[in-house]
Ligand binder design. Structure first.
Ligand code: NAD
Ligand code: ZN
Length: 243
């Protein structure tokens, strides 16, 4: 089939969808200037993310882990949502049942105005208490707090509210995301390589439950073979245009 015909079909499916679900990954934030973990600009003092984003690293050296998060927070602070984030926030306004599932921790969807978000891997602007489990949004620079170790009012150490390597996803968040994927008539997968679970399986679940699945990614990914339409383009171009 010609791509133009597929796009018309996809647009009609979106228009008639009672429930829409979108899954996003690091690619949607790339054009806002968010560094990837893997690229050169994602490196800090030559540590790899896998060496710092773990419960063991935090136990061993919480000051080091907080220094890394503070560095990442300051890199993210001036960055703004792009046309793709904004397009999704507008789409939410047009749908009765809309869910946004993201693997990103940068908070840019929220800044763009999206409301119904499942943040699978947490959010870098939130802290969680290692004692009483209180979660708070703390956007201010935390690097000077208590010798680099921010603490809760209860006295216990705060950690970033991020799901680290080796940790399980928050049950409420993953359950909500799975339900949204299965309920969807239209499912978008944008800017994710779909190698990290459960991102890949969400697209499969949506497809198996009958959704029309559209992928936006300049590269082929693990799920390209199963989607109804793959738009090989950057999110900031393809999403506003398509919507
Ligand atoms: P990934 O790095 O594995 O894949 C990114 C995908 O985006 C690739 O398939 C790439 O082709 C695509 N892409 C690149 N530029 C794009 C563009 N302009 N438009 C559309 N697509 C584009 O990312 P992932 O699948 O999200 O997995 C990475 C993991 O690292 C996640 O667990 C995530 O939590 C974490 N992470 C988060 C951020 C963030 O919060 N922004 C940044 C880096 C890493
Ligand atoms: Zn506490």
């Amino acid at each position: 089939m010609e791509p133009g015909v597929d796009i018309k079909e996809a647009a009609a499916r979106l228009k008639s969808a009672a429930s829409v679900c979108v899954l996003t990954g690091a690619g949607i934030s790339a054009e806002s200037g968010v560094p990837t973990f893997r690229g050169e600009d994602g490196l800090w003092k030559s540590y790899r993310a896998e060496e710092l984003a773990t419960p063991e690293a935090f136990e061993r050296d919480p000051v080091l882990v907080w220094q890394w998060y503070n560095w990442r927070r300051e890199l993210l602070r001036p960055l703004e949502p792009n046309a793709a984030h904004r397009a999704l926030s507008e789409l939410e306004g047009c749908c009765k049942d809309f869910s946004l599932v993201t693997q990103n921790v940068d908070g840019l969807h929220e800044l763009a105005g999206s409301r119904h978000i499942f943040e699978l891997h947490g959010n870098i602007w939130r802290t969680r208490c290692t004692g009483c489990a209180t979660v708070s949004t703390r956007r201010e620079d935390l690097s000077d707090e208590a010798g680099g170790l921010p603490r809760c009012e209860c006295g216990a150490l705060l950690r970033p509210d991020i799901v680290w390597f080796g940790e399980s996803l928050e049950p409420r968040v993953i359950t909500g995301a799975v339900e949204a994927a299965k309920r969807a008539d239209f499912f978008f997968v944008v800017g994710t390589s779909s190698v990290v679970q459960p991102a890949a399986s969400l697209s499969v679940m949506a497809k198996e439950a009958g959704a029309y699945v559209v992928e936006i990614n300049p590269e082929a990914t693990a799920v390209t073979g199963l989607v109804d339409l793959a738009i090989k383009s950057k999110a900031t171009l393809a999403l506003p245009q398509f919507l």
